[in-house]
Write a protein that binds this ligand. Sequence first.
Ligand code: ADP
Ligand code: MG
Length: 226
Amino acid sequence: MKIICQTENLVKNYPMGKDDVVHVLHGVDLEINEGEIIAVVGPSGVGKSTLLHILGALDRPTSGSVKIDNMDIFSYDDVKLARIRNQTVGFVFQSHHLLPEFSALENVMMPGLIRRQDANILKQKSYDLLKEVGLEHRVQHRPAELSGGEQQRVAVARALFNNPRMVLADEPTGNLDTKTADALHNLLWKISRDHRQTLVIVTHNQELAKKADRVIELNNGRITSA
Ligand code: ADP
Ligand code: MG
């Protein structure tokens, strides 16, 4: 099996004011295989979001390294890091983070706009992804004209736009009712399996975690079971 992401001794501290520091991650070592679905569990405030943000290059660790395809991503400056993020990871957050002024179609192709690709190609790809998440009848709707579940489906399609090496989902169904949440989970699973797409998902849903290839539990800033 091919390892696509590897962390080594990840430490994250948040400075608070002048003298205080919040110690969140105390040395996280993790290897993620290509096509693997990993569920991250653990009590609130333990550092799950912090870990995901670092894996997704949204935030830098205090020390330690993250390698994606053997590329030591935090050895690069912020400009290069932003490019790596755009091209190698797709993020789905708890709330959708869609741009309110743009249609579903435009929101999904945003990650491609940054790369200045041809507009017709972008639109076609965006349409295809919206179809895959079951929203081909909602492409012109703006976020406010979509239900919560539909908004998250758009966010999933957007996360997939650049064919990322990993999709990182941070409690993506946290704001949805149980039935809608189940449907979104099933969709994420189906997409990951169909595309052999690596997925790291933070969840409180025990049933869901059981279906993952691997469950990682964060406790006291470390992985306590893997
Ligand atoms: P989880 O996602 O597991 O609930 P987080 O990763 O969001 O946990 O947060 C872990 C800890 O770090 C919490 O105690 C939180 O208060 C703290 N924290 C998160 N972000 C910051 C920040 N920007 N500055 C200071 N402390 C933070
Ligand atoms: Mg969190």
